[in-house]
Design a binder for this molecule. Structure first.
Ligand code: DC
Length: 208
């Protein structure tokens, strides 16, 4: 079973994908981590993010077993990830790795922005997880505040809107629901309720 989970920043897609992976016993790939790790490599090597060739080189050289989980979760990594993710050469450099993961014989679950549209157009189940920008910014702001970041809610909301417009507005593989995706709006759902709804969607697709 190949499951694609897409959605914008802080929609809950990562939490839902992890929970589905546990529930159905499938390996899970967080594809945003690949773009974030590429961003860190670009920052560390002082590569100009406008230099698509050099950024794609950094993507190809990624060692996914050596990703620094703490560093890739910073706001700096997220902002740079959104820039390098707009480069077609970087997306092409990360394609094979994602596709190979998706084709694992026992099945797989991938979450990201273009899984249902580009990486796994042939997925058995496609979920598009969303929530309004205010709710997503509030979730992200609470996470950052809990980590000790003094950032204001308004700044996080502005950053969320900026990131949304970059992810949905880019020419190559923009964020959008696949035509055959099931939409799951988590704006007014608890985490547990959102996970339960996602499990039902997958089970319905299995039984269809
Ligand atoms: O989901 P995330 O916040 O970790 O993703 C970081 C950035 O990477 C985000 O701005 C969009 C980009 N991304 C992408 O373009 N395609 C994916 N499949 C996953 C992430």
């Amino acid at each position: 079973m190949m499951i694609a989970v897409d959605g914008p920043l802080a929609s809950g897609k990562g939490t839902i994908a992890k929970a589905l992976a546990r529930h159905f016993g499938l390996p899970h790939l967080d594809t945003g981590a690949l773009y974030r790790a590429t961003a860190i490599a670009v920052i560390d090597a002082k590569i100009d993010p406008a230099d698509a060739g050099a950024a794609a080189g950094a993507a190809r050289a990624l060692d996914i077993t050596a990703i620094d989980e703490d560093r890739i979760r910073t706001a700096e990594a997220g902002a740079m990830a959104s820039r390098v993710a707009a480069l077609p050469a970087v997306r092409a450099a990360l394609y094979d790795l994602q596709r190979e993961f998706a084709l694992r014989p026992g099945g797989a679950i991938l979450d990201g922005r273009d899984i249902g549209t580009v990486i796994c157009p042939d997925a058995d189940v496609k979920l598009y997880v969303t929530a309004n920008a205010e709710t997503r910014a509030d979730r992200r702001w609470r996470e950052l505040t809990a980590q000790g970041d003094p950032i204001s809610y308004q700044t996080v909301l502005d950053q969320t809107r900026e990131r949304d417009s970059r992810d949905t507005g880019r020419a190559d593989a923009p964020l959008r629901p696949a035509d055959d995706a099931t939409l799951l709006d988590t704006s007014s759902l608890s985490i547990d309720a959102a996970i339960a709804a996602a499990i039902r969607i997958v089970e319905n697709a299995q039984n269809a």
